[in-house]
Design a protein around this ligand. Structure first.
Ligand code: MG
Length: 250
């Protein structure tokens, strides 16, 4: 056991892997299948992510799209259902974990820390993701889908995780990639380490205890953007996480 750190609470989308890229590919395939002259590149998708929910995102895009045919709510719903089918198929083909994720999970497990997953992704997609990335059986607790009534940035999912693990906020550390995720964990009283990704690097994380480009691997360290050892390149390990947590409690 390391210091007073008892558990790591992980977000999935954007933190364990860049799954938003799989969503984007699924949207683009669904558009092509339906004969729509539409392609969402990374810059466009980054702005569209400000609209939460797939159907809502498509409708928002169509409002400003020059040359797109008008779609009824039923057609948008059908397009979105097909997108979800394609997402599940693409996810089953595999997605890479972000640097340092696999190493740190096993390092923490070996040290006796408990591991929890706190995500609003559906339980079916979580299962496929864990199976394809070699993480089945790694997490002691999985909170997925509509397990709480309100999504992040509401703290409900993190409060539930702490309750289930019978831990106080100062005994755990949350790992997130986005501002909404950071706020959810922060409002639950948790110290938070943020590794911003492709679609969240432009966001602000002033409430975070530390912000790293990624968790890092030997030979490919992450850069500490904020928090303990700012400006350094490092491979995030349990000693660093304990430092982050200790920094929070002082
Ligand atoms: Mg996320």
């Amino acid at each position: 056991m390391v210091g007073k750190l008892r558990a790591l609470l992980w977000d999935l989308d954007g933190t364990l892997a860049e799954t938003e890229e799989v969503h984007r590919a699924a949207f683009n395939r669904a558009f092509a299948e339906m004969g729509l002259p539409v392609f969402w590149d990374q810059d466009l998708y980054r702005s569209l992510l400000e609209t939460t929910g797939g159907k809502e995102r498509i409708a928002r895009f169509l409002q400003d799209c020059q040359g797109c045919p008008p779609l009824s709510p039923e057609e948008i719903a059908r397009l979105h259902r097909r997108k979800n089918e394609l997402f599940a198929e693409l996810l089953a083909q595999g997605v890479d974990l972000r640097p340092g994720v696999f190493r740190l999970l096993w390092e923490a497990k070996g040290a006796g820390l408990r591991l929890a997953l706190a995500t609003t992704t559906s339980p079916e997609n979580v299962h496929v993701f864990l199976a394809r990335t070699g993480l089945e059986g790694v997490f002691d607790l999985i909170l997925a889908g509509d397990v709480v009534p309100r999504k992040k940035p509401d703290p409900a999912i993190y409060l539930l995780a702490l309750k289930r693990l019978e831990l106080r906020p100062g005994e755990a550390l949350a790992l997130e990639d986005s501002r909404n995720g950071l706020l959810a964990a922060f409002r639950a009283g948790l110290p938070v380490l943020v590794t911003p990704g492709l679609y969240t690097a432009h966001q602000g994380f002033p409430e975070a205890q530390a912000v790293l480009t990624h968790l890092g691997e030997p030979g490919r360290p992450g850069q500490v953007l904020q928090g303990p050892r700012q400006g350094q390149a490092l491979v995030a390990d349990l000693a660093y996480l304990e430092e982050v947590r200790g920094w929070w409690s002082t």
